[in-house]
Design a protein around this ligand. Structure first.
Ligand code: 3HC
Length: 316
């Protein structure tokens, strides 16, 4: 029987129909090269963000105010490492190699979330990262649970469960500070002043400036746009700040009854692109630390590889 081979256009059309019919794309399915490339870019950078994000919080494990806080922070930082591994594995199902992804990060060809290039100056910052940064990550990642690529979607479902614990523990740290001494309240307010705007930057440029959003939305890699997700985050977070008695550092923030959303001020996009392009407060420190950890762990990877080769040789 002659094999009828679909043309490129027919393959593309069949792929888009599958996406439009809400059927997940799996590793063995045909997909446009550009879809694969876009996913490797986004998933690997998501993974890099999780791993680099361990650094600012890890700085406070030895300085946590109580044993209980130390244990919670330890668990959270370990979770982030696990999230990174899930996501690297999801990217590997697309044919990307771990080594290439790490190399791209070290050479500055791959990005990670700008938020992790800010310093953690006080214990309140650890509360802010949990409440704001993980809160923003949850808004984004809940949407990504419905992404069209199967392994990414399933990784998000697992990760979102753990992110909820991260957000709650951060909020609980801030509840303790907000109910504490004047100095503790001032520490929490100072941290909010420093972390609010960089957190809004996590959702990326405005939709009109976004290089990937239109295509990512058509392929249902993204289910909501950068600005939609940012608006969702602001709408859910402002009442929480009110509950804590903290003031969000945005004079233009106000409820807009007609829109049914909060209006808020403009992000400093010069700061955003300065940090994204590698010139933020901690970019060099974060990458240097990652390179050193990767180098220090080389012998472990080599030992695991040697063991695996020996095991396979014995099994052959
Ligand atoms: N930091 C660094 N780079 C950013 C950025 C940010 N906050 N926002 C956008 N960018 C980059 C994009 O990667 C893209 O650059 P590239 O072409 O070199 O990849 C460029 O700016 C243009 O942005 P786009 O909006 O066109 O890019 P995307 O369509 O990819 O949207 C995104 C950006 C919303 C971050 C999207 O990539 C995404 O949803 N990624 C998955 C979620 C993620 O990575 N979150 C990062 C935080 S992880 C985290 O917080 C873990 C928590 O447990 C602590």
């Amino acid at each position: 029987m002659t094999e009828y081979r679909l043309s490129g256009a027919e393959l593309e059309a069949a792929f888009q129909t599958r996406v439009d019919d809400e059927r997940r794309i799996e590793p063995k399915d045909w997909m446009p090269d550009a879809y694969r490339k876009n996913l490797v870019r986004q998933i690997s950078q998501h993974a890099h963000s999780e791993i680099i994000g361990m650094q600012p919080e890890g700085n406070w494990i030895t300085r946590a105010p109580t044993l209980k806080r130390k244990m919670i922070l330890l668990a959270k930082v370990q979770d982030e490492g696990g999230h990174g591994l899930y996501l690297y594995s999801a990217a590997e199902t697309l044919g990307a190699s771990r080594e290439d992804m790490i190399e791209a990060l070290h050479q500055g060809r791959a990005k990670y979330a700008s938020i992790f290039n800010y310093p953690t100056l006080t214990w309140a910052d650890i509360g802010m990262i949990g409440w704001l940064v993980d809160g923003a990550a949850i808004v984004n990642q809940i949407s990504l649970q419905r992404t069209s690529y199967g392994p990414y979607s399933r990784a998000m479902i697992r990760i979102c469960k753990e992110e909820s614990f991260h957000q709650r523990q951060g909020f609980e740290i801030l509840m303790a500070l907000a109910a504490g001494s004047e100095a503790q309240k001032a520490m929490a307010q100072d941290a909010l002043n420093r972390w609010w705007w960089p957190t809004l930057m996590m959702f990326g440029p405005h939709d009109s400036e976004s290089a990937h959003s239109a295509q990512s939305m058509q392929w249902k890699i993204k289910r909501k746009s950068n600005d939609e997700l940012r608006q969702d985050f602001v709408d859910q977070t402002v009442p929480q700040a009110d509950f804590l008695g903290l003031k969000i550092p945005d004079p233009e923030l106000r409820w807009n009854e007609d829109r049914g959303h909060y209006d808020f001020g403009e992000i400093d996009w010069d700061e955003f692109w300065t940090v994204v392009s590698g010139n933020g407060l901690c970019n060099r420190e974060r990458l240097a630390r990652h390179r050193k950890a990767h180098q220090d762990g080389k012998w472990v990877r080599e030992a695991m590889r040697a063991y695996e080769e020996k095991r396979r040789a014995r099994a052959a």
